[in-house]
Design a protein around this ligand. Structure first.
Ligand SMILES: *[C@@H]1O[C@H](CO)[C@@H](O)[C@H](O)[C@H]1NC(C)=O
Ligand SMILES: *[C@@H]1O[C@H](CO)[C@@H](O)[C@H](O)[C@H]1NC(C)=O
Ligand SMILES: *[C@@H]1O[C@H](CO)[C@@H](O)[C@H](O)[C@H]1NC(C)=O
Ligand SMILES: *[C@@H]1O[C@H](CO)[C@@H](O)[C@H](O)[C@H]1NC(C)=O
Ligand SMILES: *[C@@H]1O[C@H](CO)[C@@H](O)[C@H](O)[C@H]1NC(C)=O
Ligand SMILES: *[C@@H]1O[C@H](CO)[C@@H](O)[C@H](O)[C@H]1NC(C)=O
Ligand SMILES: *[C@@H]1O[C@H](CO)[C@@H](O)[C@H](O)[C@H]1NC(C)=O
Ligand SMILES: *[C@@H]1O[C@H](CO)[C@@H](O)[C@H](O)[C@H]1NC(C)=O
Length: 642
């Protein structure tokens, strides 16, 4: 309160001192006047002094701008925002030769007379944003040779005359967004050799012709999103060597011409999402060392060509989620993305991933694969991803995962596996064991439930007793399965076998609905916005629910080492050897070697016995022979059977 009174007094003091400040206005400095409020209806009545350099009149109610400012030759800043101005006299700004900034933001201007700005040879910034202009005269800006920033956004412009910018050689910023521009004359920007930012978003442009941007050698930002662009000339962007930002999202592009971005080496932001893209050309991106993220969601892509991103060597985030028709990703699609940290691949129609698809992504930290039709995953899918921290594999069709699927990931901190139709047979035992040990990493472990067999439906996977009778038949045929697998993994290359099991196609699943359509959500939130859910799965809470060592059935089972091992080995048969799987493999091998040893020990013993008995037999025969008595084999058999 005190501060308020003080400031009022200071203001009064200055007003008195200046002694020229009009009623109802503020004059914080001797050169500037601020007047505001709907009570201001007629500027003539304000008696504005004519030697001001700065005049702000805002939120007044002036429909008609007369000549009050004419010949205020000292005026440099004239701010007339939100004043209901609908008409500007052709001579309203006569003589304002020193004006640098003119803001007519948020008024009701429908048109401007062609000479309105003719004396403003020093004008640098002209803001006509948020009016109702539906056209501008070709000569309107002809005298504005010093203009650097022109804001015509939020008007109702449907077209622009081709020569309207021809004298604006110093223009750096041109905001034409939020109009109704349906087409642009081919040479409209040809004089703008210094333009750095061009905003054309939210208009009705349907095509980008060749040559339209060819003069814009200094352009750094080009916003073309939210138009209805369905075609772009293949060389439309070839001269924009300094371009850093290009937005093409929310258009009607079904295809992109080959090599469209080949020369945009400085690009650091590119948006393409929300276009009905059906395919991408094999060559699209040139080397782009600064491109950090690429947003390609809400398209109609069914596949993505191999190597298409291979020039994006510094890409850190790639968003390919929400592509409901995306079904196939070829093995080398992510080739070259050596710096990728985040890969968003959720909500699509992918049912399998080729082995080695993530081989280039050594720096990957987060990957979202939820809401997909994934059925089987290559055993070593993540094995080279040493920095993987977060994996989202919820709401897929996965029925099982290999025991060592996540074990080679030292930095893993969050795995979400909810809503998967786990098949609780003997093959899931290894994975179950990992789950038990990973309750701090895997979110909400007790909620992972069996989907099949029916008898086990809705039973928590991790609390499941593995003494279930289903596993017994597998135990019975253990030795045979083991030895054949072992022989196979030793001799044959693995991949062929693997692919066949992985390419199993399953019953068609009801099409997923894309519920979330983040129309207004800024793109940056789309990647990994899961933080809200993180509080739910408190690892400590669930720990007691997990019968780690308590269940008698489990203790019983662990004592029958051989049976458990070999049932998990059946898995081996489906997902044969990979180098990274060695630790797991070794323990199995040791047990089995033990078994083999015992077996061969018995065999050796038997052989020794046979040899011994033969020896004995020989001796006996010799003995008998020497005594001329015929041999009696019956005795020998007795020895053997002992
Ligand atoms: C403007 O003119 C008035 C007298 O008309 C004078 O008192 C004042 O100092 C002038 N201000 C400037 C900034 O020249
Ligand atoms: C502005 O003036 C017009 C008449 O000129 C009047 O109808 C309108 O209500 C006024 N608006 C405000 C906010 O005072
Ligand atoms: C262009 O105009 C829009 C309003 O239509 C505004 O939000 C945006 O800030 C302007 N762009 C620049 C670069 O000032
Ligand atoms: C990578 O960029 C180079 C030129 O910068 C280009 O010749 C090549 O075709 C591009 N490769 C791909 C796969 O786009
Ligand atoms: C997803 O793939 C299945 C076949 O695998 C197909 O029937 C379905 O139409 C696809 N969904 C979409 C949205 O393309
Ligand atoms: C991965 O998740 C971590 C933890 O939430 C976050 O700090 C990091 O920025 C994410 N990385 C990427 C590339 O999204
Ligand atoms: C499992 O739960 C689902 C939904 O809660 C239910 O529809 C289904 O009948 C349950 N199955 C069994 C075997 O209890
Ligand atoms: C998958 O899990 C993440 C993280 O908890 C969550 O944000 C996402 O909505 C889940 N997806 C589905 C389809 O449940």
């Amino acid at each position: 309160m005190l501060v308020f009174h003080l400031s009022v007094m200071i203001k009064l003091f200055f007003q008195l001192d200046a002694s020229i400040c009009p009623e109802k206005c503020d004059c914080p400095s001797k050169n500037g006047i601020y007047c505001s409020g709907p009570h201001i209806k007629d500027l003539e009545l304000l008696n504005l002094p004519c030697n001001m350099t700065e005049i702000h009149i805002t939120n007044a109610n002036i429909s008609n701008l007369q000549d009050v400012f004419a010949r205020m030759v000292d005026l440099q800043h004239l701010i007339l925002s939100s004043n209901n101005i609908a008409l500007v006299s052709p001579t309203a700004f006569k003589g304002l030769g020193r004006l640098k900034v003119l803001k007519l933001l948020d008024n009701k201007l429908v048109e401007l007379s062609p000479e309105a700005f003719d004396d403003m040879v020093q004008l640098q910034q002209l803001i006509l944003e948020s009016n109702r202009l539906n056209s501008v005269e070709e000569n309107l800006f002809d005298k504005l040779a010093s203009l650097q920033e022109l804001y015509l956004n939020k008007n109702q412009l449907t077209a622009l005359p081709s020569g309207v910018m021809k004298k604006l050689a110093k223009l750096r910023v041109l905001n034409l967004s939020r109009n109704y521009l349906a087409a642009l004359p081919r040479n409209i920007f040809s004089a703008l050799a210094r333009l750095e930012r061009l905003m054309l978003y939210i208009n009705r442009l349907s095509s980008i012709e060749s040559g339209m941007f060819d003069s814009l050698k200094e352009l750094q930002e080009l916003f073309l999103h939210s138009n209805i662009i369905h075609s772009i000339a293949p060389d439309a962007f070839h001269c924009l060597r300094k371009l850093r930002t290009l937005t093409l999202s929310r258009n009607r592009l079904q295809a992109l011409p080959s090599g469209l971005f080949l020369h945009l080496h400085d690009l650091s932001k590119l948006t393409l999402y929300k276009n009905p893209l059906k395919s991408l050309p094999e060559v699209l991106f040139g080397e782009m060392r600064h491109l950090g993220s690429l947003w390609l969601y809400h398209t109609k892509l069914s596949t993505i060509p191999d190597f298409v991103f291979s020039n994006l060597t510094n890409l850190e985030l790639l968003v390919l989620s929400f592509n409901p028709e995306l079904m196939v990703l070829p093995r080398n699609v992510f080739s070259g993305l050596n710096e990728l940290r985040g890969l968003s691949l959720h909500t699509n129609n992918i049912s399998s991933l080729p082995e080695g698809i993530f081989l280039s992504l050594q720096k990957l930290q987060n990957i979202s694969l939820f809401d997909t039709r994934l059925e089987v995953l290559p055993r070593n899918l993540f094995h080279n991803l040493k920095h993987l921290q977060k994996v989202y594999l919820n709401s897929t069709n996965l029925q099982s995962l290999p025991a060592d699927f996540f074990t080679a990931l030292p930095e893993l901190e969050e795995v979400v596996l909810d809503d998967n139709p786990w098949k609780c047979d003997c093959q899931i035992l290894g994975f179950q064991e990992w789950l038990r040990k990973s309750t701090t990493i895997v979110k909400n472990v007790p909620s992972l439930t069996c989907h099949s067999p029916v008898a086990l439906q809705n039973i928590s996977l991790v609390s499941l007793s593995i003494d279930d009778p289903e596993c017994l038949p597998a135990t019975a045929m253990t030795y045979q399965t083991f030895s054949s697998t072992y022989a196979q993994t030793l001799t044959s290359p693995v991949t062929g076998h693997f692919t066949s099991s992985q390419e199993k196609t399953a019953v068609a699943v009801s099409n997923m609905e894309i519920i979330s359509t983040p129309m207004s959500v800024p793109p940056a939130t789309l990647g990994f916005t899961y933080s809200h859910a993180e509080e739910v799965g408190q690892p400590g809470l669930h720990f007691s629910d997990v019968p780690v060592q308590t269940s008698p059935s489990i203790i019983a089972r662990t004592s029958s080492v051989r049976g458990t091992d070999l049932t998990t080995l059946v898995w081996w048969d489906e997902f044969p050897a990979h180098s990274s799987a060695k630790p797991y493999f070794k323990t199995r091998v040791t047990y089995c070697q033990l078994f083999l040893c015992v077996h061969s020990l018995i065999l050796t013993l038997q052989t020794v016995v046979i040899v011994l008995s033969l020896y004995v037999m020989g001796n006996t025969r010799q003995l008998l022979h020497s005594r001329n008595i015929p041999a009696q084999p019956v005795v020998l058999i007795r020895i053997l059977r002992r």
